[in-house]
Design a protein around this ligand. Structure first.
Ligand code: 6GU
Length: 286
């Protein structure tokens, strides 16, 4: 149920300490949230240590096909990182505090940068299925309707009461990403990610509305984690894989995109992995 579960600073600290005490776990510098079908990156870490969500005290458990449900610690080059293989979604019924708990845990374990990937539906007629898009900004529809993860009492140890989002997605990291994309000859789009709660894919009228308000792609994740990360002073980088076109035409008939989400995730997963392996190595002080 969506009742506000609150995790005190002490509780988050306890989870962070529990994880850091695991044999072979080094304090990570970068946290990476792997989107649906994009968990392949986690498998390539060196000196891996897996911790399943079900074995972490107070952690929610993820329920979606294509999401494994574990933290994977390890190195990319010299950089210790932690990957979330599987995330928590609002449509599963989790509260915003549950969805964003792992971000605060990763922050207290020591990360300075949060990278998040997701599978998204394409709204932009100049973009194509299979494209990768750097998230330049977002429209967090649930937050505008009251489901902002920062609603509720504010513990200043997590971040300030009122926090501005005009620089939410790090310009510095976007510049690094553009450079790495060019070097690897991987085309990177740039645009606005809109989040809906899901689990329904959008109606035709909703898709048209999102285009009208400036969204390029739409998905069901990422914004809550990005907001909580930026609130905690982390640098945030987001990337969408465009797995399907949104339906803008009533003659199309009933559409459910989930199979396409998984199959495009599979066919484009290697480029996403290659991009992130090089991107992480190119982040200053990583
Ligand atoms: Cl079309 N909509 C949403 N909300 N999320 C998606 C999607 C569409 N395609 C992939 N993820």
């Amino acid at each position: 149920d969506r009742a506000q579960t609150t995790y005190t600073y002490e509780k988050v600290e306890e989870i962070a300490k529990f994880l850091l005490a695991k044999p072979g776990v080094k304090p990570p510098k970068i946290g990476i949230i792997c989107g649906t079908g994009l968990g392949g990156l986690a498998d390539t870490l060196v000196d891996k240590v897996d911790v399943e969500y079900k074995d972490i005290p107070s952690f929610p458990i993820s329920t979606v096909k294509g999401h494994a449900g574990k933290l994977v610690f390890g190195n990319i080059g010299k950089t210790p990182v932690v990957c979330m293989k599987g995330r928590f979604h609002m449509y599963e019924g989790y509260s915003m505090s549950q969805v964003t708990l792992p971000v605060r845990v990763m922050k207290l374990m020591g990360i300075k940068v949060l990278c998040a990937t997701n599978a998204a539906g394409n709204l932009n007629k100049n973009f194509q299925v299979g494209d990768l898009m750097i998230i330049k900004d977002h429209i967090f529809f649930p937050a505008l309707g009251g489901f902002n993860p920062l609603v509720g009492p504010n513990d200043p140890r997590f971040g300030p009461r009122f926090h501005g989002l005009s620089d939410l997605y790090s310009r510095e990291l976007k510049a690094v990403a553009e450079k790495v994309g060019k070097e690897l000859n991987i085309t990177l789009r740039e645009g606005v990610y809109a989040m809906n709660a899901g689990p329904s894919f959008e109606s035709v009228a909703e898709c048209k509305m999102m285009i009208a308000v400036g969204a390029d792609v739409v998905g069901m994740s990422t914004c809550p984690e990005a907001v909580v990360a930026a609130h905690a002073g982390l640098k945030v980088f987001g990337m969408s894989l465009l797995t399907n076109d949104c339906i803008l035409d009533y003659s199309f008939g009933p559409a459910s995109h989930h199979e396409q989400v998984l199959s495009v995730g599979e066919s484009r997963g290697d480029d996403v992995k290659k991009f992130f392996l090089n991107f992480i190595k190119a982040i200053p002080d990583s």
